[in-house]
Write a protein that binds this ligand. Sequence first.
Ligand code: PEP
Ligand code: MG
Length: 907
Amino acid sequence: MQTKKWVFSFDELDMVNNAVGDDWDAVRELLGGKGANLAEMVRIGLPVPHGFTVSTEACNAYLKSGGTFPQGMWDQVLAALQTVESQTGKRFGGEEAPLLVSCRSGAKFSMPGMMDTVLNIGLNSQTVAAMIRLTDDARFVYDSYRRLIQMFGSVVMGIADEPFETVITAARRSAGVENDNELSADDWKKVADTFKAIYRRHTTHDFPEDPFKQLKMATEAVFKSWNGKRAVDYRNAAGIAHDLGTAVSVVTMVFGNMGDDCATGVAMTRHGSTGEPHLEGDYLTNAQGEDVVAGIRMTRDLSQLKEEMPDVYAEFERIAKLLEDHYREMQDMEFTIERGKLWMLQTRDGKRTAQAAVRIAVDMVEEGRIDRKTAVLRVNPEHVDFFLHPQFEPTAIAGGRLLARGLNVSPGAAVGQVAFDANMAEAWAKREGKQVIMVRPETKPDDVHGMLAAQGILTSRGGRTSHAALVARQFGKPAVVGASGLTIDLANRQMIVDSQTIHEGDWISIDGTAGNVYEGQLETMVPDIKDPWLIKLLSWADEFRTLGVWTNADYPRDARRALEYGAQGIGLCRSEHMFFETDRLPHFQKMIMADYPVERREALAALLPFQREDFAGLFRVMDGKPVIIRLIDPPLHEFLPDLVELVSELADLKIRLKHAPDMTTIDTLLADIRQKEQLRKRAQSLKEANPMLGLRGVRLGIYIPELTTMQVRAIFEAACMVVKEGIDVHPEVMIPLTSHVNELVRQRGVLEAEAKAVMAEQEVEIAYKFGTMIELPRAALTADQIAGAAEFFSFGTNDLTQTTFGISRDDAEAGFLIEYMETGILPSNPFATLDRDGVGQLIDMAVKKGRTTNPALECGICGEHGGEPQSIALCHELGLTYVSCSPFRVPIARLAAAHAALKAKSA
Ligand code: PEP
Ligand code: MG
């Protein structure tokens, strides 16, 4: 039997392509993004150091076996290493021209900094001597050697960074220098020796001298880092599958730390925050790989490289353009310059803010690189949300006290209490519900959980491509990095700026759009959608989608916002919300308390003008578009004071009565007691064991027909009124919580008669519809009957989920449902994402049955799911007419509906 191929040299891409049928996705899955792109760069003739990749399959086999390399893998590594030796003319462990390599992690989807890398593998006492002879640069060689021991120690053996960093700080102090690159060969030699001692102390054995052992242990460590906490946290946050595994790319070392004609850097072909079409990046002269991303040394802007090394810069610019043309995507590249020669160490699709993602997608269409469909599909619908993230009020900025300035790496405003480490940030945010800004000198991959829990991120060091910037951008967290005016004193949990001290727990505000840091809590506001690229992208999305996007809005101001965001109608106005307002509630309570019809009619008559104005306001805003008004739904007790409170207030009044000083007080107290007693009795009589399943929805309209009749009168009087103003009005009256067609027939009969009466009185004809919500399984199961009495269905999936699962929507999300999700009993929260198999099946059935009775039946969804991309895709599949969601989700829904249509077409 032939052994499986686990290891692929960079120049064996054709072989991989043949094996996976020229499927680039499959190549990335096998070689990891890094391995695949290195091989692709070799294929198109770019300067990449020789090397090979150990596949993700090998990693998965290793992890599955509990820590044994799969059969044949190591032999293949040795063979590939020999090929590299002959390609480079160097020998691994050789005493004349030693080959040094790096061991780099790389999964299918890039997870910046989440897994491990070890550089300078192959150095030991002999090769160090050989390298000094070869390079005549002992300083460089000892610096590289100490890096190997430090990285190997921390990555492979889990030794913390601190003991190593303490040694370097002490070395700088005793040499009287400020920067690492001012330390001499001798200094580094001593540091390397001390590092070896630290290694021995922590591991109880010597640092491995055998290069093959180093490579083997580093490969295992990279494999294992796939399951490290920070990688797992990152995958959970980014929605990456846990079974992909990481590949290991073994790459010949090239050195950016051999002197001043050497450098190392990272760059993006377009601006990662704004999407502007020009190169941006950071680099360091005379430094090695991780220094740049780690944010430990202050990096220089790539534009300075143009002056420092013009030829190399020109070559890099050429390659960057070539890569972007090749991949038709914005690229994020790592490079090293060794003695004036440029080497490409990595390219991958660049992480970007939502704003940049939209701009880049649109620009690339206009540059002729991609088509509109690709552009629309490239932007994640959820990312549109970031355009609506709060910004600071201009007046708040003008009056704010500026503490410091830094780089504006991830836009948006964030306000929170300072937390100086990730665990504190997470604990405060998750356990105490605090708003937190995580503040660090720089962030590391281990900090991701704190960054995710924080409102925003602030660092005093690091550049645009620092770890903090990349992670913040990816998750849409406002961030300011490299605010060098801040002195962060972690030991005393404080930071100092000018002469002011900010303690942990103090409030600050950061403006990731401008890069500013302010003292205290600045006022924020929700922006309008003005971004011209987003407007264009959404207009393209509208061309592709077939699903309508409506909105849930109760007030004209919400409707106006939704219209501005592109809503095509109102799918749900919860008419009872108006009754809670202070000028209406007393009338509504009177209506509930009424013992006689005449009293009830009086109270309702007082409410009618309020409701008429409410509806007229909505009709005016939505001129020409459908407006669905849902008749009262919640149980009546919700409008009365709480029973327990009433009882205690009554007890209180009775005590005061006993001690009343005079007759006037007694009279007032008695009147009060009488009124409260009445309220208590009514509240008691309306009390239900399960109000959600009690007297609500259509049942209320049947129980008190005058109530819903008043609402319908208000709707039609408002409609007639605005028609006379020249408004085009399309009211749709929605009856909630129907379970039996007879409920609908009865209620509709009464209500439609009232509607007709109003139109006759006003001498206006209005095109209207009567319909119902499908919120109960019985309604879905008998939808063919129900459609006989309804011109439209609207799926109230909040209630439909509640009644299908038999899980209370008000309690579940704070209770066992969380555990259900954590333990995988449920794949996701069914109140957030439609449950395809259960609730989805009911919707499917209801749409089909309903349309057999009435083929023109309008079907929409107005539960919370109407604004959630996965649920929107299901609604598209099930043939709904529209989704209705809160105004802020409208732009997301437009894009998600386009994705659904495009993906369904290509499937
Ligand atoms: C629903 O149940 O999905 C719905 C929209 O109605 P409400 O949330 O008001 O019960
Ligand atoms: Mg409902």
